[in-house]
Each structure stands twice: as C-alpha cells, then as structure tokens.
Design a protein around this ligand. Structure first.
Ligand code: GDP
Length: 688
C-alpha cells in the first residue's frame, strides 16, 4: 500500500535495553512460537488491480523490447488461454533465455503446439541469439506480482477500501502436513476433548516454566553459525555479493529513512467467535478513513439484503463470500493502518475453533495482540469457560512470543456500560492472563462497542461510560504499545507462507522476513530443499522495492529454481549462514491441560512458523522442575498436564528450525493433536 511507504522508520534500539526485547518481557522469554502451514493469498481486489497495472521492463538486465500486444489481444479468449498455457510450458524449458515475444510468435506460428514451438525457438536460437527481454505482461494480460514496476499502480477505484491480504491454511498451496499419521487410533482421538489450557502452578509464568535447563543449554552444538558448513562450501560464490551487481545498503539507515520515524508493529486480533473482532476492527478502519462512506453504505445495503445487517463492519475484513455467508472469519485478513507513532500491520484472526491453525499463523507473525471479549452476560462466560476460544487464544499468543495485550471488553452497549460488569470481566481475565504468563503491567483493558464505534478512535461521549472510565481509547492504546526490536543484524531468514506462479519468469513466494534483510539480486538458499535461487523482485505492500528487512511481510519473485521444490513452510536463508533442516530434534515443552497422557510414539502435528508437519514423540527424555529446570525424573513413562519436560521429536519430513537460544523467533513451536493444542515448546537441540 503505497500510502504507507514513506512513513515508517525507527531506531528500535533506542527503545529497548539489552534484555527488554521482543519475547523478554516476563522475566525472560521461554514461551514458544509455533506457526502453521498457512498461505498468503492476495485478495481478488489486489489481483484485479494488478491486471490493470502497467509494468515496466527491468532495464538493467534486459534489452527493452516492445511487447507484441496485438497478437494476443486479437485471439479469442480460448486461444489466449491456450497461448498462456503454451508460454508457461515453454518458460519452464527455456527459463528466461528467450523473450516472450519470440515465444508468442513461435506458439502462434506452430498453432499452439508447444513441442514444435520449442523446436522453432531452438532453431532460431541457433542462428541468432534470441535477445533476452523482460516478460511481456500486457501480451498475456496477466498480473506480475513482485515484478519491478516503474509506475505506481493506478487504481481506478471509486471506493476507498483497505487492501486485505489473506493468509490461510485451507487453500491449495498447503502442501505440508495435516495428514495425521495412520497409527492415530480412533479411540485415542475420541478421548481428546477441546479444552487445552495448561495447568500452571499459581503465579507461575509460562515463560519460566519453559526455561531451558542449564544442562540442555550446554549440549547443542549445531548453532546457526556452525551449522551447514557443507552447504557453504558447496556454494562458495553465493553470498550477498552474488547475483547482479548492486549497491550494498546500510539497512539500519535505510529503515530509518523508509519508516520516517514511525515504528512498525504487527498486531493480531484474537478472541472467541462472535466476540465482535471483525466488527471492531472494520469499524476502526472506517473511522480512520480506510473505508469511505460510499463503500460502507454499500456494505450496509448488501449485508441487509443478505439478512446480516449487523455484520456490515465485519464485511470490511471478512472478504470472501463464504466468510460473509457464514458470518465467521476463516482466513487471517491482513491490512494496514497508521497511528500517531506507528504503522500497524493488522491481522484479523479467525475465532472459530476449526480455524485455530490459521489463527496460529497470524499470531506467529504478531508482536502484540488485541483480545476481544464479549461483555454480554453469558457470552463472556461462554467464550471464557470450557469450549471457548478466549483462553486458548490468549495462551497461544503468549506461547508465540506476544507479551503485550490489549483487551477490548466489547459489546459494552449490551450491558449498559456498567462498570460492575467491566470489572467482573477484567478480574476473571486478569487472573487467568497472569497464569498464562502475561505481566499485569503489559495488559490493558478498554471498554468498547465495535458496533457503535464507542471508545475506538476517540474518548467516548457516552455518559454512562465516561462517569467511570477515563482511560485510553483503543487506538491510543495501540499507539502506546512498545514496538519490538527487529533482528536486522542477524542472518537472513524468511518463512514462506505462500508460493504461486506468476506470469512467465520465475515464481513468487510470500511471507515474513524474520531476520536480516534482502536485496534484489541476492542469492538465497531454500531449506528444505537446500537449493539456491536469485531474488529478482521484492514487493512490499504492493509496491516494488529494492530491499526489505526483518518484520516486513513481502512477496519475493525468484528465478533459478523450480517452483515444485518450494512448499509453504520452507525457510529462505542466506547461503553463507544457512538454517539447518532436520527431522529429529529435542525440545523443552510444557504440556497443556490435556487429558490423554503423552507417551513415547505419540503422534502430533508440529506447528512451527508456517509449517504444519506430522511428527511423533520419539523419546521422553526427562521431566523438569517447573521453576528450577532441574531434572526431576529421567525417562518418564508418560507426561501429563502441566508438566515441563525434555522430549525428542521426529518429523516425517525435514523442517528448517533454529535453536531457541540462538534465534528466539525461530526456536518456538506448538504441538497439536486431533485439533487441540497440547503443548508449547522451544528447540534445545538439533539432532539430524
Ligand atoms: P467475530 O466473529 O469476533 O469477528 O465477530 P463479528 O464481528 O462477526 O460480530 C459478531 C456479531 O456481534 C455481529 O452480529 C455483530 O454485529 C455483533 N457485534 C459486534 N460488536 C458489537 C457491539 O459492540 N455491540 C453489539 N451490540 N453487537 C456487536
């Protein structure tokens, strides 16, 4: 989103002392970050606008060549489709060595026979070297996300709507995980119920419980810097300097400039289904001017027609027909807005139990969270007690490294803005959140009404509320969250949340840069499959940029690698400092409130960053004392709720992971079983 481009920037270092960084707020941070197999699908609106965008050739690398527009546009729609399909096939064989114009000519001349067209191109190539050129997008009329674009996108739009990207685990790009191993017995599965809140000893923060014992801190040998020296040797020339010549940037200075003094903050909105998350955030976006009156009116009319008038604001974020039809958020909607001192990437996570993996994905990428609870009588209780998602969500985000939390005590209009009800809700929540590992000083409660917009962007005028509430409104609270320190100095790490083929050359991956930075022209290593490629383009919020750094959600256009080899969950890293891919590792875990004893051979799904991978608990190494981390029992027979233990996990396929002590963001994971989160863990030792 172009409007956010030049308003970010901040020297995070100033805000943080050495040990007051992301994930450290409670004593130290030993909570976990998992993630899930998710993807990042651009909304139809995005795609549509890309269709109309003029694209510019990359002058540096290619000789400019006028695309052969007329040929394609003269074809019937069917023939156009055949042409695109042929071009795709040819591109797979020819890579970028031949211009699209030459290929189009050949395809038309050979009447859509790919083999013949390839022959023809090869023959021509023998006589005269085909001039490489950039992809002719207008010939195909298809979008080229991630490509370098000279002109800003000209959106012919009468409506002002926030651009919402979607992350989902349910789509076709999901290629890893979720196939429960065959040996999951039906009886075992049926024994598991939905409620998974860890039992912690009173006042015991979860971080502390997951602290690595001294012994396991000594043992790991395969750190980031020491690991993968083979890979390094195998690709000696593949450093940052490889690829096309480019200026090395001082990323910290550039970040400062780009952000224009504003801090970047990733915010996830969580809470039980129907608590009012989408309505609250949709209304907030509307009040901030991200949705104009005309569009809002349209949503109102349409939602009325669909018999869901009360969902009009939710429709701002709930984009898909199915979400609107069902009235539930399924994917994680991502959009941006600004406060006085911050640029916020907002992620609206689904509240429904069925979509918890999606919620984990959103939360794994978040720095802070807004937990929305429904203050109405009976409703708060339903979300908070057994079967509700309030507890599970709060716990998951804490386990994922989120330490600051704003609680929107929503639908206060339903309870006449009663102070007693507000206090009842906050005291119940406060007690639980403390147990879950949140510091009191990092939790903020705000009475709101998403529907009427009260207390969202300015202090409320409702006398029943102002008589007792003098605190911040929601946007002021978001503005006063502490932004985390970004690991731009660390080796490059980028977790893939979506892979898609774009027009012609190369393919695109989207995801979040967890550490380091990337420049156009960089060589990168993908783990797995341990292969390198070149970054041909970077798109940040729909705009082509030359570089991007830790904390950015970007789309990278890659060349020199087969798309087939890349899955959701792959991690791209710098070839000189690769991440390790393994199938066996040890971890310190905290078992949640889970009724089935966890034994050796127990099947689980590891949710780690964007990966969801079936695995088994290979060994139960030891049970640890929750606070001291001392070994209480070696080789236990089983683990039960609330226990803290060292276990060894064996995944079916390799996953790229980091040791928690070296890379907090990439060292946390979550274990789920039969749709329930059963444990949170941190990686202590990588085996093989
Ligand atoms: P989500 O599932 O948490 O995203 O919840 P939605 O935003 O879809 O809202 C669920 C229902 O609660 C819708 O009918 C909303 O109109 C209603 N709702 C949301 N916020 C409020 C509020 O502040 N007051 C009242 N009375 N209803 C609300």
């Amino acid at each position: 989103m172009a409007r956010h481009r030049n308003v970010r920037g901040y020297n995070y270092d100033e805000d943080f002392e050495e040990d007051d960084m992301y994930g450290h707020s409670v004593e130290d941070d030993y909570c976990i970050s998992p993630a899930t197999a998710a993807q990042f699908i651009y909304s139809k609106r995005d795609r549509h606008s890309s269709f109309t965008e003029p694209l510019e050739e990359e002058e540096e690398e290619y000789v400019d060549e006028e695309p052969d527009k007329t040929k394609a546009s003269n074809l019937t729609p069917l023939d156009q489709a055949r042409l695109y399909s042929c071009l795709d096939h040819m591109r797979e064989v020819l890579g970028e060595s031949v211009s699209e114009k030459v290929m189009t000519d050949a395809v038309l001349q050979c009447q859509f026979d790919v083999a013949k067209a390839l022959d023809l191109v090869f023959k021509q190539d023998g006589n005269e070297k085909a001039v490489p050129t950039n992809q002719d997008v207008s010939t195909t009329g298809r979008p080229a996300k991630g490509k370098s674009r000279g002109l800003p996108s000209v959106e012919v739009q009468n409506e002002v709507v926030p651009k919402i990207a979607k992350m989902t685990v349910s789509g076709k790009k999901q290629t890893m995980g979720f196939d429960i191993p065959r040996y999951v017995s039906a009886s075992a599965a049926s024994e598991v119920n939905g409620q998974n809140v860890p039992v912690l000893s009173k006042g015991q923060p979860m971080d502390e419980v997951l602290e690595e014992p001294e012994s396991s801190r000594q043992s790991p040998t395969q750190g980031v810097s020491s690991q993968g020296s083979d890979d390094l040797n195998a690709t000696p020339s593949q450093g940052r300097s490889a690829g096309k010549s480019k200026q090395k940037i001082n990323v910290k200075d550039e970040l400062e400039k780009r952000q224009g003094g504003k801090q970047l903050l990733n915010l996830v909105v969580i809470g039980h289904v129907d608590a009012g998350k989408s309505t609250l955030m949709g209304h907030l976006l509307y009040l901030l001017g991200h949705v104009n009156k005309r569009t809002m009116h349209k949503y109102e009319q349409e939602s009325k027609k669909a018999g869901k008038a009360s969902f009009a604001y939710a429709w701002v974020l709930d984009e898909t027909g199915e979400e609107r039809q069902r009235g539930v958020t399924m994917d994680v909607g991502m959009t941006k807005f600004e406060t006085k001192s911050k640029v916020i990437t907002l992620m609206d996570a689904p509240g429904h139990k069925d979509f918890i993996p999606n919620m984990i994905t959103g939360a794994a990428q978040a720095d802070v969270a807004i937990l929305v609870v429904d203050a109405s009588r009976g409703e708060f209780e339903a979300g908070f007690e057994a079967g509700g998602q309030t507890r599970e969500h709060a716990l998951l985000v804490r386990s994922l490294g989120v330490t600051q939390l704003a609680i929107a005590v929503n639908k206060m209009d339903q309870v006449n803005w009663q102070q007693e009800r507000f206090q009842e809700v906050t005291s119940k929540l406060g007690h639980f959140l403390k147990q879950a590992g949140f510091k009191d000083s990092d939790v903020f409660y705000i009475p709101t009404s998403g529907l009427s917009g009260e207390n969202l962007t300015k202090a409320s005028q409702v006398p029943e509320l102002t008589s007792w509430y003098k605190g911040r409104c929601l946007i002021d609270q978001i503005d006063s969250f502490k932004a985390p320190q970004r690991s731009v100095d660390k080796p490059f790490r980028f977790c893939v949340s979506d892979v898609f083929k774009d027009q012609g050359s190369g393919f695109c991956v989207t995801g979040k840069i967890e550490a380091g930075y990337v420049q156009v022209g960089d060589r990168m290593l993908a783990m797995p499959p341990n292969e390198t490629c070149t970054v041909k383009g970077i798109t940040l919020h729909d705009e082509a940029v030359d570089w991007a750094a830790a904390g950015d959600h970007v789309s990278l256009t890659l060349t020199g690698m087969d798309i087939i080899k890349i899955n959701v969950g792959c991690v791209f890293c710098s070839p000189s400092e690769p991440i390790k891919a393994c199938t066996r590792f040890r971890a310190r875990v905290l078992i949640f409130n889970f009724d089935v004893p966890v034994t050796q051979g127990f099947p689980v799904i590891i949710h780690y960053q964007t990966v969801s991978e079936p695995a088994t608990i290979r060994k139960l190494i030891s049970v640890l004392h929750k606070s001291t981390g001392e070994v209480v029992k070696k080789k236990p027979k089983c683990l039960t709720k609330g226990m803290n233990a060292i276990i060894e996990l064996q995944s079916q396929r390799p996953i790229a992971i980091e040791l928690y002590k070296e890379f907090k963001e990439l060292g946390r994971f979550m274990l789920r079983y039969s749709g329930s989160s059963i444990a949170a863990g941190v990686v202590t030792e990588i085996k093989e």
